[in-house]
Design a protein around this ligand. Structure first.
Ligand code: RAM
Length: 511
């Protein structure tokens, strides 16, 4: 499934007042210096002694492991040894979040997402000694330096590789968290690190890629923030950005560019737009922020109203055509109509809640009536008594069972068997992202299957740690570890905001 939307002459509709408020909430970034890491490898062999004393020749490679995931600016402290430096030093730096990324060959990536995200720099150093700072911010734990060129007259000495890390996460805001067993402690720590690394001037989806504010990601990051750093102003800034720059008809974009000026992307995902009322309602429950309720309630309701007006068929349910404009999960084959109907029902409930908060009871009741009607129609159309689960387009997809459960359409007491059936059906689409697995865990909880929910959290997110992750990845299917939505794992993000939700799930349900 390629997600490329280009609308000719697209002009976002901007609301200067809302954007001004978003700008006023721009966070301060905190910087931390990380000096030369403890571990270096040279051409596959551990370095003995001081890395400073190692003189590199053309073709040599040095691998630095910073010991943890970092987001920041990398500097190299370099010198020359031998005779005079008679030619530039020519270096290649490959930066990787996990070791597997270094094994990939960037040249053989031909996926649909730009290869320019691959974290590789090449630089010439004309004069040594020198301190060189790489021009871009990187997300990484490992740095591999390859000497592409020196000359017979001199060798390169790497005196150090350091990083000035940056994040908007304020560690002093992190409350004391309850003690947990070692497995959950490790999962929570990786979740917290994932979240903190994605907290930049906006809530980024991933600091490696796309470094951008995405709406579906925002909701899950915000839940993580409420259970940890509590920097609700950063959530507020992001909510204002989505409301402040939209499609000309008021629909919220799936993501917002913030540089050089805020601008809605010309990409619409109905499930993401429908999530906005949920994200706003959760923000207001956390903060009771009257200003945000006043400014953002109408833009939120407009998202759900738009889908009601444009995406329903004669049976009153989301059409298959309309369901093409949504994500739910990365999958080429998933029939998304029931999933999107489930998201719509949840969104209607959130809209009702937002109206009640503003004292608009009649409007709230209208949203509840539509939701009730959708529940009846969805059950009638998609529940198969014979299969014991929901069936759409011939599929018994787990995604469908999940969203039907979250939307309270799943018949009482049937969820466990329906989930089992869907997960065991060999021809059903598989869940590919921690984003979808988050909703699976919450559906298990909603169905009262707490132990299963906890076991799944431990095995799925714990699985990434077992594979060497100290942050959580945008995409992870334990049975297909090489999977990438983009046609090459080298552009996958291994610190992705929508994967941080164990922070919320553990904080709220398992501690
Ligand atoms: C990718 C990003 C982002 C996600 C979108 C739909 O480009 O990973 O996080 O929200 O897809």
């Amino acid at each position: 499934m390629e997600l490329i939307s280009i609308i000719p002459d697209f002009q976002p509709r901007n609301d200067p007042e809302l954007l001004k408020k978003a700008e006023a909430l721009r966070p301060e970034l905190h910087h931390t210096e990380y000096p030369a890491p403890a571990a270096y490898l040279l051409n596959g062999a551990p370095l003995t002694g001081n890395p400073e004393e190692t003189e590199l020749r053309q073709g040599d490679q040095l691998l630095a492991d910073f010991g943890r995931h970092l987001v920041g600016r990398v500097s190299l402290q370099l010198a020359a040894a031998g005779s005079h430096q008679d030619a530039p030093a020519f270096l290649q730096l490959d930066l990787a979040e996990i070791p597997g990324e270094l094994a990939e060959d960037p040249e053989s990536y031909h996926g649909w997402l730009s290869p320019s995200w691959i974290q590789r720099e090449r630089l010439h150093i004309d004069r040594l000694p020198a301190e060189e700072t790489l021009p871009r911010r990187y997300a990484f734990r490992y740095v591999r330096l390859t000497v592409l060129g020196t000359s017979p007259k001199y060798r390169l000495v790497v005196k150090g590789i350091s990083c000035r890390a940056e994040s908007a996460a304020d560690e002093t805001r992190l409350p004391a968290l309850p003690p947990l067993d070692p497995e959950l402690t490790a999962i929570r720590a990786a979740g917290l690190r994932t979240l903190a690394e994605c907290m930049q001037e906006v809530l980024e989806d991933g600091p490696k890629r796309d470094q951008r504010l995405w709406l579906g990601d925002l909701r899950l990051q915000a839940l993580g923030i409420y259970a940890s750093y509590r920097q609700t102003d950063l959530v507020k800034r992001c909510l204002y950005l989505f409301a402040g720059t939209t499609f000309p008809d008021g629909r919220m974009s799936a993501n917002v560019f913030t540089e050089p000026e805020p601008a809605a992307d010309d990409t619409y995902l109905a499930d993401f737009a429908l999530i906005y009322p949920m994200a706003l309602q959760e923000y207001l429950s956390e903060t009771d922020d009257g200003e945000a309720a006043e400014d953002l309630t109408e833009p939120a309701l407009a998202q759900t109203d738009w889908v009601l007006a444009h995406c329903l068929g004669a049976d009153g349910l989301i059409t298959r055509e309309a369901a093409k404009d949504c994500l739910i999960d990365w999958s080429d084959t998933l029939d998304r109509s029931a999933c999107l109907t489930g998201v719509l029902i949840c969104s209607l409930d959130a809209c009702a809640g937002l109206c009640t908060r503003r004292g608009a009871e009649l409007r709230a009741a209208a949203y509840r009536r539509v939701a009730a009607q959708l529940r009846r129609s969805a059950l009638e159309k998609w529940w198969s008594e014979q299969e014991g689960c929901f069936v759409t387009g011939g599929q018994t997809a787990i995604h469908t069972q999940v969203w039907m459960t979250l939307a309270d359409v799943m018949p009482e007491g049937r969820a466990e068997a329906a989930f089992g059936k869907a997960l065991n059906a060999l021809d059903s689409p598989r869940m590919m992202t921690p984003y979808m697995h988050h909703y699976y865990v919450t559906a298990l909880l909603r169905a009262g299957l707490r132990e299963k929910a906890e076991a799944h959290l431990r095995s799925y997110w714990g699985g990434m740690i077992a594979q060497g992750g100290d942050t959580f990845w945008e995409c992870w299917d334990p049975e297909h570890p090489e999977a990438s939505p983009y046609g090459g794992r080298v552009v996958n993000s291994h610190c992705h905001a929508w994967s941080c939700t164990p922070v919320y799930l553990i904080g709220r349900f398992f501690s």
